[in-house]
Design a protein around this ligand. Structure first.
Ligand SMILES: *Cc1c(COP(=O)(O)O)cnc(C)c1O
Length: 379
């Protein structure tokens, strides 16, 4: 079955009780048992809830996995992955990552004795240099936030397989429509469904998708024991969002392409970071592993003062100044003071995340209106 059909039908069985075509919001904490231990597969809603099960099944299907596990947020999903590890274990992670993930790793898990190596993963061979007998997990995000660097998932997966390491790919920026890391050899796909999957900036939810049953059992044990699960209402909104992911993504991609080229041709703009440019340093890999290039991009102005950036950030009318991404409406952000403020400044600048860098999440409005808005703000 084609991906476009799966987005609409995956996990969507008519409700067994009533035939409702949309999975109902099972707003219940517990399920009545016929006799002790005899039930319909549901006992207590932290462990399983039918609305969540429908979403977990749908996400597993669209990521070409076998099992989906949903969490209260993308961060709670990341937390569950690291809880697979023990003190003394080591993780090799891409240095250009979501600031909240960096904070989780360094401020929460380092104190439990887990060691993180943050490296430039644009060259997959770099990974091998950091592997020792304590290494258990490789973690990458691609395209990265906000520098739009690309990791060659298949090349890193080959290293992971050879060394018996787990590879987790945060696929939030690409969405399951543009990229499927499990097909390229990753063990775990992570989503902040808050972004493209939900798509309407109205709920927070995270997901993990895997193929291996033993790995699923370990993660389900953590999910149930730690309890960072999403409520049924949020699962319902994500199921609804998923049904239009492919049509939204098509528009995000075409708008993104127009705006990236327009920015690049603007004399006041200095650098534009977007993997769809043929001269992007990782364009060939992006072309190989992604179906298109998405609507996320970052740029700097020739006037590199924080002041000039601040002027643009406070002048756009359609691009709302806000954190987050992936919704139908366009957003503009300032990573160094917003999403990435939790990363030390010298660490940020080393990776190109300068104070004047601005990030766009291009929405699905009319492209010409968006360009006019940026044109007025950049001046
Ligand atoms: C937002 C985001 C997260 C965290 O997800 P939440 O749902 O906000 O907890 C993780 N990774 C990436 C790439 C993100 O953009």
């Amino acid at each position: 079955m084609k991906q476009e059909t799966l987005f609409i039908h995956a996990g969507a069985e008519p409700d067994p009780a009533t035939g409702a075509i949309m999975t109902p919001i099972y707003q219940t904490s517990t399920f009545v048992q016929e006799s002790p231990g005899v039930h319909k597969g549901y006992e207590y809603a932290r462990t399983r809830n039918p609305t969540r099960t429908a979403l977990e099944t749908a996400l597993a299907t669209v990521e070409n996995g076998k099992y989906g596990l949903c969490f209260a947020s993308g961060s709670a999903a990341s937390d569950a992955v690291i809880k697979l590890l023990n003190p003394g274990d080591e993780v090799i992670a891409a240095n250009d990552m979501y600031g909240g993930t960096f904070r989780l790793f360094t401020k929460i898990f380092e104190k439990y004795g887990i060691k993180f190596h943050f490296i430039n993963m644009q060259n997959a061979n770099e990974v091998s240099k950091y592997i020792n007998q304590n290494t258990k997990l490789i973690w990458t995000e691609t395209p990265t936030n906000p520098m739009m660097n690309i990791t060659d998932i298949a090349a890193v997966a080959e290293i992971a397989i050879k060394n018996h390491l787990l590879l987790c790919v945060d696929n939030t920026f690409a969405s399951p429509y543009l990229q499927n890391p499990l097909d390229l050899g990753a063990n775990i796909v992570l989503h902040s469904a808050t972004k493209y999957i939900g798509g309407h900036s109205d709920s927070v939810l995270g997901a993990l998708i895997v193929k291996d049953e033993e790995l699923k059992n370990k993660l389900a044990f953590i999910q149930n024991s730690c309890g960072a699960i999403p409520g049924p209402q949020d699962c319902f909104l994500m199921l609804r969002g998923l049904k239009t992911l492919h049509v939204r993504m098509q528009r995000h991609c075409s708008n993104g392409e127009k705006i990236a080229h327009w920015l690049r041709n603007n004399p006041k703009v200095d650098k534009v970071y977007w993997a769809g440019f043929e001269d992007h340093p990782n364009h060939e890999i992006a072309k190989k592993q992604m179906r298109s290039y998405g609507g996320m991009m970052s740029f700097t102005l020739k006037d590199d003062s924080a002041e000039a950036a601040k002027n643009v950030l406070s002048s756009t009318k359609l691009f709302a100044l806000a954190e987050s991404l992936g919704g139908v409406e366009s957003l503009i952000g300032h990573p160094s003071s917003m999403t990435h403020a939790s990363i030390p400044r010298e660490e940020r600048i080393k990776n190109g995340l300068v104070d004047s860098l601005m990030r766009l999440s291009v929405g699905i409005e009319d492209a010409d209106d968006l360009i006019e808005d940026l044109d007025n703000a950049i001046g």
